[in-house]
Design a protein around this ligand. Structure first.
Ligand code: CUA
Length: 158
């Protein structure tokens, strides 16, 4: 069978890409490059506002970092403005009062789904002080495009 040179090149290139992708999957597993949620914490979505874990929404600062408690709902985040320190680990604890929302801090690696019935938790560190936009990136209804909040990363005081 006569296979033209360019056909051969692209067949080997396609085969090489498949091998590379498979190796990337194995490398991700072998070197723990993937960090799926390590725990599942549930909550009654109808009781979000009275649940003790979300009763005090906002930021709690400590010498070692900060914890953010926030609720996503159609079509806002509560609180709408979040102040955290730069250079220290910040743990976000989020849940939804109604439908599935997204929580993406634009320009950072912080991005999670917020699913009713569950608590989404992640920890990250912001190295650059400034104002960041938090957007909902899961379509959640007619006001989805208006659902946003502001993150202010402040220069560490100490
Ligand atoms: Cu909330 Cu889209």
């Amino acid at each position: 069978m006569n296979v033209p040179l360019y056909e051969k090149i692209w067949m080997w290139a396609a085969g090489g890409m498949i091998v590379a992708f498979i190796l990337m999957v194995f490398a991700g597993v072998a070197f723990s490059a993937l960090e799926p949620p390590s725990h599942v914490e549930t909550i009654d979505p109808a009781q979000v506002w009275t649940d003790a874990r979300f009763a005090n929404r906002g930021v709690t600062q400590s010498p070692t970092g900060a914890t953010v408690i926030a609720v996503a709902m159609m079509f806002a985040f509560n609180p709408a403005e979040i102040h955290v320190p730069a250079g220290k680990p910040v743990t976000f604890r989020l849940t939804s009062a109604d439908v599935t929302h997204g929580f993406q801090i634009v320009g950072t690696n912080a991005n999670t789904m917020v699913i009713p019935g569950y608590i989404s938790q992640f920890t990250t560190t912001f190295s650059t002080p400034g104002e960041y936009l938090i957007v909902c990136n899961e379509y959640c209804g007619l006001g989805h495009h208006q659902m946003y909040a502001t993150l202010i990363v402040e220069e560490a005081s100490s």
